[in-house]
Write a protein that binds this ligand. Structure first.
Ligand code: ADE
Length: 269
């Protein structure tokens, strides 16, 4: 459970066994921060239920000297500290269960995280039995660490955070909630925004008790008990929302009417 730095030799050997629990290894300079989030809510439940295992490694355990140094100034000058290559490379090599494991660096320079990338990384985790995330810090990491051990770089958006921990946690959360059995009915991902069920668009509006709040009522159709009408309303609502808020995700309006749902799915593939 959110354990230390020991490599998972047993797992590496048993990764061909379908029953092996996939492991997500997070390398960070802030292990307590990462462990706290991974033990909470749905990521925590996923581990407690045995659908995934987290291994959090403190990169400082691989510092280059007894002072715990993991960063230094940039060659050529310039403001900001750079994470050194040796601690990062040696940490990855120590924890990695298999040589071809995907090693993701979270960085604003990476490919933008998305629903599609979530499913790709989920498939990767399931196929290889492990996924490694390295959380960048400071101004960046020495390019040689990228060259030597990083296989993929992921950004969670065009803004700069203080470090890669929150982005790594975003990535892990998005992945583990899609593992079979993690989500129960009450928090199902089936018709979330961006899913195939929503044609890649946004989700609809949702309501719960009370039926009237500060004079605001619930749309009548939702109280009707007529499931087909409710489903139709939700689809229309979701499509309308997508057109208004995220026109970039909405299917184009053809001349002479809306595209039938099935055609839109095929067009997305
Ligand atoms: N590290 C700092 N900012 C980041 C971002 N937007 N995405 C991924 N990693 C980051």
């Amino acid at each position: 459970m959110c354990s230390g730095t020991e490599p998972d030799a047993d797992f590496a050997e048993s990764s061909a066994t379908p029953a092996a629990v996939p492991v997500i290894r997070v390398l960070t300079l802030f292990p307590d921060m990462v462990r706290a989030v991974l033990a909470t809510s749905i990521p925590g439940r996923a581990e407690r239920q045995g659908q995934v295992r987290y291994e959090v490694t403190d990169i400082r355990d691989f510092a280059v000297d007894k002072h715990g140094s993991v960063d230094d100034t940039a060659y050529g000058g310039g403001a900001g500290m750079i994470m050194m290559a040796p601690p990062v490379v040696e940490a990855v090599e120590k924890v990695r269960g298999r040589d071809d494991a995907t090693v993701i660096l979270t960085t604003p320079q990476g490919e933008t995280f998305s629903e599609q990338l979530t499913l790709e990384l989920l498939a990767d985790l399931q196929a290889k039995g492990e996924l490694i995330l390295v959380c960048g810090r400071y101004k960046g990491i020495d390019e040689r660490a990228r060259d030597l051990v990083v296989t993929r770089e992921v950004s969670i958006g065009d803004y700069v955070l203080s470090g890669g921990e929150l982005p790594a946690l975003v990535v892990v959360d998005a992945i583990v909630r899609r593992l079979a059995g993690v989500l129960h009915d009450e928090d199902s991902a089936a018709n979330d925004s961006f899913t195939v069920d929503r044609d890649g668009g946004l989700d609809c509006a949702w309501y719960t008790k009370p039926p009237v709040y500060r004079g605001l009522t619930v749309p009548e159709v939702l109280m009707s008990g007529h499931h087909a009408n409710i489903e139709k309303w939700r689809r229309q609502q979701a499509a309308e929302r997508t057109r208004q808020r995220r026109p970039d995700l909405a299917p184009p309006e053809p001349q002479g009417g809306r595209v039938p749902r099935q055609d839109r799915k095929e067009r997305q593939q």
